[in-house]
Design a protein around this ligand. Structure first.
Ligand code: SF4
Length: 601
């Protein structure tokens, strides 16, 4: 039994991303506002000076933060109306935006940029820099930030109420034994814990499963964004220009698209998003991105330039129907952990920040009434519903679902949804399930399992992960598409000028992990890798991981191909935890500080 230090806080935020940083800062600011109002006669109780902590697994705020990114400033303006005067490190104002359709050799510019992709007046930013700056603002406001502190467990009391988090032990060797520098993790106890870990948060996953927060929700849908920063020769791409692309190299069955954002000093943010609900297990999202750069129009822009940074990150693209229940006793979910991203606009920073600020308002209510249960925390859900987040996300609630039948129906549906405020034909799984369920109730007084089968699966599986796997399994088990890896990418060569292999890219992600620690990638049954997965999917982990972590290697004794996990390459994108068809990979936070270094990305 390990003796652990217990530290009592009032509020603990897990993850120093935009949602939690905005939440903590707003909380500090609004306590003053609330107490002033009480002084002026508003009925209610004052809130004392709260002890607030933000725990972050990276070595500094921003180290593990990655996004495109074009930010809609609506939320930061609410948080800090003078954010520019206060030195917010926005890179460039968007002055021009275009949407390109890429054929194999040509690019066709849309005569009118679709309204959701209009970005003029918004800001191109490095989200890592922005979070670093917000972290400084938090510290100036008296908020405790603990970098190098990966939260590994949610703590509950006997009534299943969340009472804080446990951080990971440090100083355990790869053999599982304690090293001389062993330090047990600490228990941070809090009246309210806020999870803002980003996409596929490891504590959020535990919480959703244990408390059933995904009941009656659609399973989450993810994409993987792969990004590089390039220094270009002057004149190759204008500062302030934003381009989004559709088409090459994705096939019409696969959700995907590229971006090019012109930053200051001839730096270009370039990246490609691939939907992780792809059907062909031979797809490699990193290779899709490398192929994207070989398109003549894109290669022309990159000519003579130099790649300076690399990163990859999963993105919640499911939207409104895939949002979990946002609260439970003692806990709230914010930002990407709660699926606040607007997939149609490819934007989530503003909604993440706003969700954090709304959570902070509810925290004040909770402390003013000394009640930290769902009774009070449900106000967070209500305030989200009453806010512009709902107004923005509800009309695009069926956006991703429309891609289930490929690119062309998605384009038609996106247009219809834009006109009708979210309605379209035939591709609205949640509305369909609800409507189907109601129809069956009307017919025979009970819902048929055949009609509600998907929903039953989801109820049984809690966080939706297993049902996604089941869905993926049922659609993908059996023969692959006709493509194989060599054919799909046969023209792709890594010349280390325009295109890079995964290992070279990982080097540019600045990844480091202490090698003498247990792997943070728990593969629960490696026998499946060597048998069923080889036969049924061709071991897709070797392709979907953008950092060459997984390799099937011949065992020198037996000659049998077995899984090798190069965990120290991991860029913490969480794709393996999401996309493994058997759901036997569990990503857990490594020892404090390990991971990529996205400073300035
Ligand atoms: Fe991403 Fe998993 Fe690969 Fe790490 S091991 S880079 S989390 S896919």
């Amino acid at each position: 039994m390990i003796e652990r230090e217990q530290i009592e806080m009032d509020v603990v935020f897990v993850g120093a991303g935009p949602a939690n940083l905005a939440a903590a800062l707003h909380l500090k600011n609004q306590i003053k506002v609330h107490n002033d109002l009480i002084d002026r006669g508003l009925p209610g109780h004052k809130v004392g000076d709260l002890e607030i902590a933000i725990v972050e697994k990276g070595p500094f705020v921003g180290a593990h933060i990655l996004s495109g990114a074009v930010m809609d400033p609506i939320a930061i303006r609410e948080l800090m109306p003078d954010f520019l005067e206060q030195g917010c490190p926005v890179d460039t104002v968007v002055t021009d935006d275009e949407a390109w359709y890429l054929t194999d050799t040509k690019s066709i510019t849309a005569p009118i940029t679709p309204p959701p992709l209009k970005n003029k007046g918004k800001y191109i930013i490095s989200l890592s820099k922005m979070c670093e700056w917000l972290g400084e603002k938090c510290e100036e406001a008296g908020i405790n930030i603990f970098p190098d502190f990966p939260a590994t467990e949610v703590l509950y009391n006997d009534a299943n109420q969340v009472i804080g988090i446990r951080t990971g032990d440090k100083g355990i060797g790869k053999d599982g034994e304690r090293k001389p520098n062993f330090e047990p993790g600490v228990d941070l106890l809090a009246k309210i814990t806020v999870l803002g870990e980003g996409s596929r948060g490891s504590l959020a996953k535990q919480l959703m499963s244990r408390l059933g927060l995904m009941e009656d929700k659609e399973p989450q849908v993810f994409s993987l964004g792969v990004k590089e920063l390039w220094e270009l020769p002057a004149g190759n791409f204008p500062e302030g220009k934003v381009v989004h692309t559709l088409g090459f190299p994705s096939d019409t069955e696969t959700y995907g698209g590229g971006w090019l954002y012109g930053m200051k000093n001839n730096v270009l943010s370039i990246g490609y998003v691939t939907g992780l609900d792809y059907k062909d297990p031979m797809i490699d999202p990193h290779a899709e991105f490398q192929k994207f750069k070989t398109h003549p129009e894109v290669a022309k822009i990159l000519a003579g330039g130099k790649m300076i940074k690399y990163g990859a990150k999963s993105i919640n693209t499911g939207g409104y129907w895939t949002m979990p229940k946002l609260y439970a006793d003692g806990v709230m979910l914010v930002g990407d952990s709660a699926s606040f991203l607007n997939g149609q606009r490819i934007k989530g920073i503003h909604t993440a920040m706003k969700s954090g600020m709304l959570a902070a308002d509810t925290i004040i209510l909770a402390f003013a009434s000394n009640d930290f249960t769902s009774e009070t925390l449900h106000h967070y859900h209500e305030s989200v519903r009453m806010s512009w987040i709902h107004d923005e996300l509800f009309p695009v609630r069926n956006f991703h679902a429309a891609f289930q039948r490929g690119r062309w129906s998605a384009l038609v549906n996106s247009g219809l949804q834009y006109i009708t405020g979210g309605l379209a034909w035939g591709f609205m799984p949640h509305e369909y399930h609800v409507a189907g369920h109601r129809r069956m109730e009307q017919i025979d007084g009970s819902a048929s399992p055949a009609v509600t089968g998907g929903a039953v699966d989801r109820k049984q599986t809690g966080d939706g992960r297993e049902s996604q796997a089941a869905d993926a399994g049922s659609s993908s088990v059996g023969p692959f598409y006709h493509l194989n890896h060599a054919e799909r990418y046969e023209d792709l060569k890594f010349d280390k000028q325009l295109t890079f292999d995964k290992i070279t890219d990982v080097y540019h992600a600045g990844v480091s992990h202490d090698e003498d620690q247990p792997s943070h990638l728990h593969v629960l049954d490696t026998e499946i890798c060597a048998t069923r997965c080889t036969e049924e999917y061709g071991n897709p982990c070797q392709r979907f991981c953008p950092a060459a972590v997984y390799e099937m290697e011949a065992n020198p004794q037996t000659g049998r191909r077995e899984l090798k996990v190069n965990f120290s390459n991991c860029v913490h994108c969480k794709t393996c935890d999401i996309a493994d068809p058997y759901q036997i990979i569990n990503w857990v936070p490594p020892e404090g500080g390990g991971g990529p270094n996205y400073k300035g990305m």
